[in-house]
Design a protein around this ligand. Structure first.
Ligand code: NAG
Ligand code: NAG
Ligand code: NAG
Ligand code: NAG
Ligand code: NAG
Ligand code: NAG
Ligand code: NAG
Ligand code: NAG
Ligand code: NAG
Ligand code: NAG
Ligand code: NAG
Ligand code: NAG
Length: 795
């Protein structure tokens, strides 16, 4: 016994003298009565047999410790500075330097904060009469406390904010490390009761290949990068979003491969009571107070009324476009109704703090009773407005929020009445039938094809899911039969355009909706891929994107059915050949400066939406005036987005891998550099300059008589910033209407923004979100550098 004590003492002595550095860290495979107690200052680690995971006292700030489990082999060179990205489990208590973890000879697992009272800090008390208890970390990261005959406790049953592969999620609850959000394998919840997301199918397990399986059927709910075996984890972040991270060994970092919520402002509790959440161009959220309110705390988290609603018969409403409050005590639609009726219903209730109304003809009306919670601003969503009830004496026009209302003027009129595609009563069943039909068809055409199909199918399904879509989206785009399309277009008799992707015909569906029918050529892949891509495209909703209503994939045809945008494309308005009358072209009106500005802002917003609000970037790759359609009131709508992906592989990788159009292509296309969203920024810059000048960037040479090295952006730059003659580049058709006082600011912003977009080096160009802000005037624009082309620079 004495010898035993001596041995264990010397063992401990050895451990306690070892400083906690990566090189000298002691590690062991199990904690038991003989190597207890384990001291925080020892710096030793309990390793899993495969060394992928480690458990131990992780030093945090101010010399404190947290007992945690983390990824070991990929972070071993960082120890003890392990960032939260690698930690998968931890005991909440902050521990001092005399903390210990021990297993007693009565098989109790005890975590103490030194000699100070506080008792056992281990999350759950476990004991047994047997003496052979040990604590082991298994290869999956499950910290297990067991005796020879039974498992007493496992960290997998008591998760903190992370699920690991193989961990059974059902029956357990994730809590974000700040304690504000939780996930019970089905709902994301704020403040214990406020549900803000529903997985619809409860999560059960994340399997090694990166797929989340659901209850009962074992079918996948969501899947991330299925490509190969990787380290992955599901984490509920402090921002309330649930994400799957995947470790990229080559980059040595974690990347997000799936997230539950893409519009972060819809997470409840992001902003406090009465406050409205917005997203900046970097994608982070911030809170602003509506007019009539002021922030209550230093961080603008919540807001209070400046003038209390003491006399409810003495109130008025302030309109806040695109604002949605979602936390009133009864959020149900009281409609159908009209605006004045909705307003009257609110006025009739003394606890009504405002109402929301949709301008889409549905008469949707929701009263905000008792409280104003979880407000957010989202111009990409339906045309709705919040009417906020304030005291009649309220004169606040100057809050941080009025910036939003003034932006509205530059977007499209809110009374657009887009008819929604008819609701398909049983779309899920229909989709399953489609999948099965494709499946059977592929099956018949051979086993080899079947495997090819399966691989492709998984890839595209993954893509769809990465974008936050379910496997079989209900209410996706409608599938049309070829005969229907043929009848709608009267046998393709009314062509209205020819695009890079195929010919476009005007048509009318049986429900009288007017449509533009685009027959695609050289489209890659099978029906399933096409369907997956089309589903993604159809899910992109933005006022400034042309809506996709349906598709047809029959007899080798690939047809897309779009909303019909009546006024044609922008190029018809900008580039007016003087021959136009004799050609019998319609005489298009000249766009004035305000409309041009509005078109520029709308297009910028839509591209920013494509680039930034989807987790995976959707590059347009072919932005040019031909692809900017003008709706009623000249509301711009981008077409052909997402189509670049449908192209045949050969088209994309061949020598002319160029997908864009001459004159609008960024220099990196020619240089064969990597194509990033900044290529779209360049094309947009060129369009912007054309909107201002009314001349085609590659057509000007004739007019100016310059040499072959002549470069439109460089020329425009010299005119505006060297010669200070902005008038020289303005569209000659409306030059006379240009009024320095009325138009200078907007035109100047358009020109400066264009110059930044047209920088030769992609890194110098702003992101599309920033571009939109520059045009809106919400950020300052620095003096641009002269745009040059790399092959012109040397001269
Ligand atoms: C206790 O753990 C140590 C280190 O892992 C090991 O060497 C020893 O055999 C274990 N003792 C018992 C009784 O299990
Ligand atoms: C630990 O790993 C080694 C080799 O990697 C293996 O032989 C051994 O069986 C493993 N031990 C346990 C307990 O899994
Ligand atoms: C970590 O362990 C995993 C699993 O054994 C292995 O695939 C990976 O290569 C290891 N990584 C490093 C950096 O050692
Ligand atoms: C543990 O002790 C440290 C000081 O030694 C103290 O800062 C910390 O708050 C204590 N933790 C708990 C949970 O009592
Ligand atoms: C367990 O340890 C305590 C002191 O730590 C000692 O008093 C007791 O005798 C031990 N019991 C057994 C069964 O070894
Ligand atoms: C985790 O450990 C506990 C306790 O040993 C055990 O009951 C559970 O089955 C383990 N879970 C997995 C997935 O290995
Ligand atoms: C997961 O745990 C639940 C209850 O906690 C149990 O009913 C279910 O069988 C477990 N599933 C798996 C795959 O272990
Ligand atoms: C959480 O809910 C309680 C009552 O349900 C409420 O009193 C409290 O203010 C809420 N907290 C936050 C941060 O919303
Ligand atoms: C509330 O305002 C109405 C209309 O101005 C007025 O008639 C009424 O007396 C006011 N009530 C109170 C309690 O001030
Ligand atoms: C407002 O938010 C609620 C809850 O997220 C949602 O159901 C509703 O459709 C939204 N309304 C609009 C007009 O976007
Ligand atoms: C506007 O925001 C600034 C800082 O973000 C804050 O200091 C100011 O009080 C806000 N003003 C109003 C009226 O909300
Ligand atoms: C908006 O409403 C006005 C008045 O009802 C109408 O004249 C106009 O055409 C509408 N605009 C659109 C785009 O529907």
């Amino acid at each position: 016994m004495a010898l035993f004590l001596l041995l264990s003492f010397s063992f401990l002595f050895l451990l306690s003298t070892a400083p906690p550095s990566a090189a000298q860290t002691q590690s062991f495979k199990s904690l038991n009565v003989s190597n207890s107690p384990w001291r925080a200052t020892q710096g030793s680690l309990l390793l899993s047999n495969n060394s992928v995971f480690a458990a131990g006292f992780l030093p945090s700030s101010q010399g404190l410790y947290k007992f945690s489990i983390w990824y070991h082999n990929i972070s071993v060179d960082r120890y003890p500075h392990i960032s939260a990205d690698y930690v998968v489990w931890s005991v909440k208590a902050q521990l001092g330097s005399s903390a210990t973890l021990s297993i007693t000879n009565t098989s109790e697992l005890i975590l103490t904060n030194g000699s100070s009272p506080g008792g056992n800090l281990w999350p759950t008390f476990t004991a047994s009469s047997q003496s052979s208890a040990q604590l082991v970390l298994d290869d999956y990261g499950n910290l297990t406390f067991s005796i020879s005959t039974a498992d007493l406790w496992g960290s997998f049953q008591h998760p903190t904010d992370t699920f690991l592969p193989q961990q059974n999620m059902s029956g357990t609850i994730l809590i974000s490390s700040n304690g504000r959000f939780s996930f019970d394998s089905e709902y994301l919840i704020f403040n214990k009761t406020e549900i803000y997301w529903n997985s619809k199918n409860p999560f059960v397990i994340l399997i090694d290949s990166g797929e989340i399986r659901q209850k009962n059927s074992g079918d996948p709910v969501y899947s991330a990068d299925l490509s190969d075996m990787r380290l992955r984890r599901v984490k509920l972040g402090d921002d309330g979003n649930l994400r799957i991270y995947s470790y990229r060994p080559t980059l040595n970092q974690w990347t997000i491969v799936w997230q539950s919520i893409t519009e972060l402002c819809t997470i409840h509790g992001t902003c406090g009571p009465n406050s409205i959440c917005r997203t900046d161009s970097e994608g982070s959220t911030y809170c602003v107070c509506p007019p009539g309110f002021r922030p209550t705390s230093y961080d603008n988290y919540d807001c209070e009324r400046k003038i209390l609603l003491s006399n409810t018969s003495n109130t008025k409403f302030i309109q806040l476009d695109y604002v949605n409050f979602t936390g009133g005590s009864n959020q149900s639609n009281v409609g159908p109704t009209n605006l004045s009726d909705c307003r009257a219903r609110c006025l009739a209730k003394s606890n009504c703090l405002g109402f929301m109304f949709k301008y889409d003809g549905t008469g949707w009306c929701v009263l905000q009773l008792d409280r104003l919670l979880y407000g957010y601003w989202s111009p990409g969503s339906a045309a709705n407005a919040m009417f906020l009830r304030v005291d009649i004496s309220e004169t606040d026009n100057n809050s941080n929020f009025t910036g939003l209302t003034s932006l509205i003027e530059t977007t499209c009129p809110v009374n657009l009445t887009l008819p929604e595609p008819p609701e398909d009563s049983n779309s899920t069943t229909r989709n399953i039938i489609i999948v099965c039909t494709i499946f059977v068809a592929e099956l018949l055409s051979g086993v080899a094809f079947f495997w090819a199909f399966l691989k492709k199918y998984i890839k595209y399904r993954t893509m769809a899911q990465t974008l936050g879509l379910e496997l079989i989206p209900a209410g996706g785009p409608k599938k049309f039969a070829y005969a229907e399309v043929k009848a709608a277009t009267n046998g393709f008799s009314n062509p209205i355009g020819k695009g890079g992707f195929g010919d476009v015909y005007k048509g009318e569906l049986s429900d009288k909706r007017v449509v533009a029918v685009k027959c695609l050529k050289s489209v890659a892949g099978g029906d399933s891929e096409f369907w997956a891509e089309v589903t993604i495209i159809a899910r992109m909703h933005h006022l400034n994107l042309v809506r996709l209503w349906g598709f047809c994939a029959e007899k080798g045809e690939r047809i897309l059915i779009y909303e019909y945008v009546p006024n044609g494309s922008l190029d018809k308005y900008l580039f007016r050949s003087d021959r136009s009358q004799t050609d019998g072209e319609e005489d298009k009106p000249v766009l004035d400066w305000n409309i041009r500005y509005r078109i520029a802002v709308g297009v910028a917003r839509a591209i920013a939406y494509l680039h930034e609000e989807c987790l995976e970037w959707v590059l347009h790759c072919d932005i040019k005036p031909e692809n900017i359609l003008l709706g009623d009131d000249f509301c711009p709508k981008i077409s052909d987005f997402g189509l670049a992906k449908l192209r045949k592989k050969e088209d994309m990788v061949s020598l002319s891998r160029v997908r864009g159009t001459r004159g609008y292509m960024a220099p990196e296309w020619v240089k064969a550099d990597q194509i990033t969203p900044k290529a779209d920024v360049y094309s947009f810059g060129m369009v912007l300059l054309e909107i201002v000048s009314g001349i085609r960037n590659f057509d000007v040479q004739g007019i100016t008589g310059e040499s072959a090295e002549w470069y439109f952006p460089g020329w425009a730059f010299d005119k505006v910033f060297k010669e200070m003659k902005i008038e020289d580049i303005l569209d000659r058709h409306i030059r006379h209407a240009y009024d320095d006082r009325a138009h200078f600011e907007r035109v100047d912003r358009m020109v400066k923004t264009a110059m930044w977009c047209l920088q030769d080096q992609p890194e110098l160009r702003p992101s599309m979100g920033k571009v939109a802000k520059m045009l809106e005037g919400t950020v300052e624009i620095m003096e641009p550098k002269k745009p040059t082309l790399y092959y012109l620079q040397d001269q």
